[in-house]
Design a protein around this ligand. Structure first.
Ligand code: SF4
Ligand code: SF4
Length: 326
């Protein structure tokens, strides 16, 4: 229940940020519409820009100033995934939350969710890793920092946040059909987008494999009731694992909360050669505190707000339709 509350709060926050950003854009498109400050956190929806900016920072020590929040969000999300498993996906990501609402609705309507056959599921899961590898190849290897500077200075990049918003507010028929099909499949199968298609989730899953935090099962206390396996939204066979190392585990702690045997299943942190359990309530607290510490440090360091001047927005936003699609 705690997780559902946290997820709902972040989803509402995202909707509010989206609304504020829409108002910001309208100021430049509709005569007389009042000015609203741009909420920098919309740049969380520019993960590719964040990745490019991250590489640029590694090579130059400079955080590009057009969408600095994209860099900060990328650093916060990858950092927190490395420290606290893929908890960002399970507790904060609004897309993960919507995916979850869809399969929960499907469960109510059809009485259950369906499962894709094991080997087909494995083959489909490789799609997100291929997408991730493509981005790493294109940005991590093929794109030199001096090429990035040219891209950062382009109108297309400056308006990337506006273009991303318009992708949703002015859906093309192809995008609409994609969302209808993905949404329909998400009613039947759990977490279709996150499990099969999200390259960001693939990256976070790999990072989270190295995380010191893991779910651990105590075989001595386990009564093999299968409640953990039956309720795992990541479709993991928790009952057969001593330590859950899978990149599909997104730290939702459903398995821990559903386990009827005290101490049989716990969230643990590596301690020397063993693992030390800690309260499942501390897990989301650390996750959220670390996430906001990174954002807070960026705000204090003046690396949160875009340096793009008002006049540039006034020039670019009304013409953003001619800049192609994200
Ligand atoms: S193993 Fe536990 S924490 Fe991980 S996804 Fe499954 S239910 Fe959630
Ligand atoms: S829910 Fe707990 S007791 Fe039941 S199989 Fe899983 S770890 Fe064992």
């Amino acid at each position: 229940m705690l997780r559902y509350g946290v997820q709902a709060a972040f989803l509402l926050l995202t909707v509010f940020i989206g609304y504020r950003f829409h108002q910001f854009v309208l100021h430049f498109e509709v005569a007389g519409h009042p000015f609203v400050e741009k909420p920098p956190s919309v740049d969380a929806f520019l993960p590719i820009a964040g990745f490019m900016s991250f590489k640029y920072f590694l090579f130059t020590g400079i955080i590009e100033p057009m969408h600095p929040a994209a860099f900060v969000m990328f650093a916060a999300i990858t950092g927190v995934s490395f420290l606290m498993k893929k908890g960002f996906c399970g507790w904060i990501c609004p897309i993960g939350t919507v995916s979850q609402y869809l399969w929960m609705a499907g469960e109510r309507v059809f009485g259950r969710n369906f499962r894709i056959e094991k080997y087909t599921d494995m083959a489909l899961r490789s799609a997100k890793y291929m997408l991730m590898a493509l981005f790493i190849l294109l940005i991590g290897f093929a794109m030199a920092p001096n090429m990035m500077v040219l891209f950062f200075l382009s109108d297309y990049y400056k308006a990337a946040d506006v273009k991303t918003m318009k992708f949703f507010t002015e859906l093309s028929s192809a995008a609409m059909w994609f969302l209808i099909i993905a949404g329909g499949l998400s009613l039947i199968y759990k977490n279709v987008w996150c499990r099969y298609l999200c390259p960001y989730g693939a990256l976070l899953g790999l990072l989270s494999s190295a995380s010191p935090v893991k779910i651990k099962r105590d075989n001595g206390r386990c009564r093999h009731c299968s409640a953990c396996t039956a309720n795992c939204p990541g479709l993991l066979d928790v009952e057969k694992s001593d330590v859950v190392n899978s990149p599909e585990c997104f730290g939702c702690l459903t398995c821990v909360s559903r386990c009827p045997e005290p101490g049989a299943l716990a969230v643990t942190v590596r301690a020397g050669k063993g693992r030390r359990p800690f309260s499942p309530f501390i897990y989301p607290a650390i996750l959220i505190v670390v996430f906001y510490l990174v954002i807070g440090a960026a705000m204090l360091g003046g690396k949160w707000h875009s340096q793009l001047p008002y006049e540039e927005y006034r020039r670019i936003i009304p013409a953003s339709a001619e800049l192609g699609h994200p």
